[in-house]
Structure formats: C-alpha cells, structure tokens
Design a protein around this ligand. Structure first.
Ligand code: PHE
Length: 468
C-alpha cells in the first residue's frame, strides 16, 4: 500500500499525540461523570467492572482505532470507506463513520452544557460565595444556577464559542501548547483535593465505597428517596460501567481514530494506548478518592446525580485554607479538560466537511457548532422547565436520555463494529504492518480484538436487556 498523508496535517511528535489523545480522554467524564455514576450504582463492584472493561475492551479498541485512523489518514467516514474498499469489505462499513459523527454531535450538545456549569463555577468560587459555606448553602448555589435556563444558555454559548474557535484554527495552533501545561496542573490540583479528603475524617469510608465490591448492587438499581432506599432488579449498571469505559477513553465515535490519522508513522500505537488509558484511569480514581470522603463527611448522598461534584467540592474549597484560590484554579482546569475533549468530539465531523464539502475549517466549525448548540438547549431545559415527569421518557429527562443513548448504546456499538472490522475484515498483514510491533504482543491484541472485546460487548448488551 502506498503511504497516505493527511490533508489536515500531523502532530509534531509522539508526546504531542499522547497529550492530545489524553486531552480528549481526560475530561468531564473522569471528574464529573465517573464519581456521580459510581455513586448512583453503589461503588466498588461498579468500579471493578469499569476497570475490567478498560483493560479488555477499551485498550484493544483504542489500539484498533488509532491503527485504522493512521492507515486511513482521513475523517472517520472516509477512513472507513477507503479501508473497507482496500480490504475488500462492503461499503456499508462507512456507516461506522456516520454513527461516529452523530454520536459526537449528541455528546457535545450536553457536554457543553455541563462544561458551562464548570465555567460558571470559576466565577462563583473566585467571588468567594463558598467561603465557610455548609452543604445546604452549596446546594442552593447549585439549584439557583441549574434552575435558570437563561444563565445556563449563556454559559453553554460561551463554551461552544470557545470550542469552535479552537477547532476553526486547527488543532496545532494553540491548544497543542496549552495542553502541555494544563494537564499536569490539573493532576497536581486533584492531589491537593485528595489531601483535603484525607483530612475530612471520612477518607477510609470513601475508599471503602470506591473499592469494596458489593456485587448485589450491580444487579440492582437503587434510589434513595427521603432517606429510604428502594432497589429493583436491573441489568443496567454493568452496561453503564461499560458505556463509561468507552466514554471516558473517547472510544467508539471516531475521536481517537481521527487523532490517530494525524499520528506520525514509526510511533508505537500499543504503548501510547496503554499510557493514555492508564493516565485516564488514574485521574478518574483520584477524583473519586477526593470526592467520596467529602460526600460522607458532610452527610451527602453519593447517588445525588449529575450535580455531585458541584455540590461537594465547593464545601471543601469553602473550608480549606487557600480554598478560594485552589477552587478557582480547579474549575479553570476542569474547563480546560472539558475543552480539550470537546474539540475531539467535533473533529471527525469537521474533517469530513473539509474533505467532502470543500468547506474551510472556520465554516465547518461554525455549521457544526450552531447545530450542536441548538440540541444543547434540550439538555438545559432538562434541569428546569422540562424536569417534570411529563417530560420524561423511560423515567429519563432529555439530558439523561441523550447521555444514555450515546454513551451506553452508540459508543459500545460503534466500538463493537470497529473491533469486528479490525479483527476479522482487515487482513492480518495490513494490521500487522501498521502496528509494527513484536509478534507476541500483536497476537495478544488479535485475540482480544477478535474474541474477547466483541464478546464482552455482546454479553453486556444481552445482560442489559435481561438475557442472563
Ligand atoms: N473522554 C471524554 C471525557 O471523559 C469525553 C469524550 C467522549 C470525548 C467521546 C471524545 C469522545 O470527558
């Protein structure tokens, strides 16, 4: 095969690829979503399934995505089309690319709304309203914000504009450099939070919640209403844990594939993927270890939903010395983490518009940004004017529904198809050539991608619909 080149450019080094992909992976998923879904699904056992999914499903599929991207060197839609042709597979495989673009739209629409909350919190913490605040005071600030659609729209708009600006300029101009400082800084701050969590007196309780598995909770969905816990048999948590493994590693929707298409040749895909997955997991676990002790020390509910970090961390910032500064910095960094993820959510669609419709990056970003912005309004209203039961489907608000559909159905399905394509349809020589790694490691990957990862995804889906 003649080596392709990407019309969109290339990362300047291995380090930059790792930072960009880690920037995509580490985001609201780690710091906002992981703690709240872990809280909703009972802790330890859920975390264990999530870790297992990262190892046997996430890492092999991440390797497959990078490999396909680097071989195709185009947007996921065109990469899948070209590779399918090259490997003698049907043209229907381009649908993987289309579903990727659609999932990116859906996720970004609500991702931007939550990133907007983080933006709003930068100013709230900096203004000192949390100084000395108790759990009830912090709660009021949160419900005031989420109850006001106009304010939410303003923050959502600001975040969308920020993301579009970066995408329009191209990934290399600006963000590449910012990421080098911001990601390590976020890490350091998470450790500061961890230090505070250790001083709360509930640190061990928090650790137990996170790491002591209670398998009963995996098969039951529990909700606490006014201090009384109600549990129902459900196959949900396992699917949510797997869906989150995809979500947190940015898999199943072309983000990692498109980043792989900008990866220079001669860099180890396997080692990069393992490193990215480890960093991502570390951030999530540290976030969990920082948040749950605060939850228990203040008598809060671990299962209180998407507001969890916004209702817990400000208590810590309000109580600790220098909290106003640390807190401001923390939310600034959270916004950056979300920002570097958001751009990867739209890059597949932007790359396609540039390739196939001849649009400039600026226009492509504009078109996509506006469409996503409109869809985001639905999620905004889910927290206020549409929060009532009459607006719910299957007991979920519009926001919950989009998140469930994208993270738990579209991403695993996309990942499954990617695994089948890379493992079964692509010729051994093609993938081996692209990976250029030791034969034994290659064989391990091949067993995982052909049998283990697809089987795991199918079993979890079957479990979720009630079959075993
Ligand atoms: N991985 C990101 C996070 O954890 C979210 C994301 C999902 C980004 C899918 C890109 C693609 O926040």
């Amino acid at each position: 095969m003649t080596e392709r080149t990407s019309i969109h450019g290339q990362w300047s080094s291995r380090l930059v690829f790792i930072l960009a992909a880690t920037g995509s992976a580490v985001g609201l998923g780690n710091i906002w979503k992981f703690p709240y879904i872990t809280g909703e699904h009972g802790g330890g056992a859920f975390v264990l399934v999530y870790l297992l999914c990262i190892a046997v499903v996430g890492i092999p599929i991440m390797m497959a995505e990078v490999m396909l991207g680097r071989r195709g060197r185009q947007s996921p839609i065109n990469t899948m089309t070209s590779l399918a042709k090259e490997e003698g597979a049907g043209s229907a495989w381009s649908l993987v690319g289309w579903s990727a673009v659609l999932a990116g739209f859906i996720i970004l629409s609500y991702y931007s709304v939550i990133a907007g909350w983080a933006l709003a919190y930068v100013f709230r913490v900096a203004g000192g309203i949390f100084n000395g605040a108790d759990a009830a005071g912090v709660q009021t600030v949160f419900t005031d914000l989420t109850g006001d659609p106009e304010r939410l729209i303003a923050w959502h708009t600001l975040f969308m504009l920020m993301s579009m600006t970066v995408v329009a300029r191209g990934v290399r101009a600006g963000l590449e450099k910012a990421v080098i400082y911001l990601m390590p800084a976020l890490f350091v701050l998470l450790f500061v939070m961890l230090g505070y969590a250790m001083s709360t007196g509930a640190f061990i309780e928090g650790l137990k919640f996170l790491f002591e598995p209670d398998f009963g909770k995996l098969f039951y969905a529990c909700e606490t209403v006014a201090g009384v816990e109600n549990c129902e048999l459900s196959g949900g948590p396992v699917l949510v844990a797997m869906g989150h493994a995809f979500f947190t590693l940015s898999l199943g929707m072309g983000a990692i594939m498109v980043y792989g298409s900008y990866m220079p040749k001669g860099i180890s895909i396997a080692r990069s993927a393992v490193l990215i997955a480890l960093l991502d997991t570390l951030v999530a676990l540290v976030a969990g270890m920082a948040i749950f002790p605060i939850v228990f020390a203040n008598g809060l509910e671990p299962g209180s939903g998407p507001g969890l970090i916004f209702q817990t961390l400000p208590i810590a910032f309000g109580a600790m010395p220098g909290g106003q500064i640390f807190g401001t910095l923390f939310f600034v960094l959270l916004v950056f983490a979300a920002w570097t993820s958001a751009i990867s959510l739209i890059e597949p669609a932007v790359a396609w518009l540039v390739e196939n419709r001849g649009l400039s990056r600026v226009r492509a970003a504009g078109v996509i940004g506006m469409t996503t912005w409109v869809l985001g309004l639905g999620s905004i209203f889910s927290f206020n004017i549409w929060s009532g039961d009459e607006y719910k489907l299957f007991g979920m608000t519009f926001f919950d529904l989009l998140d469930y559909l994208a993270a738990n159905i579209m991403l695993p399905l996309g990942g499954l198809l990617i695994a089948l394509f890379a493992g079964w349809l692509m010729k051994r020589e093609s993938s081996m050539d692209e990976f250029a790694m030791q034969a034994r490691r290659y064989d391990l990957w091949r067993v995982l991608i052909r049998y283990i990862s697809p089987l795991a995804v199918v079993v979890v889906f079957l479990n979720a619909i009630g079959i075993f």
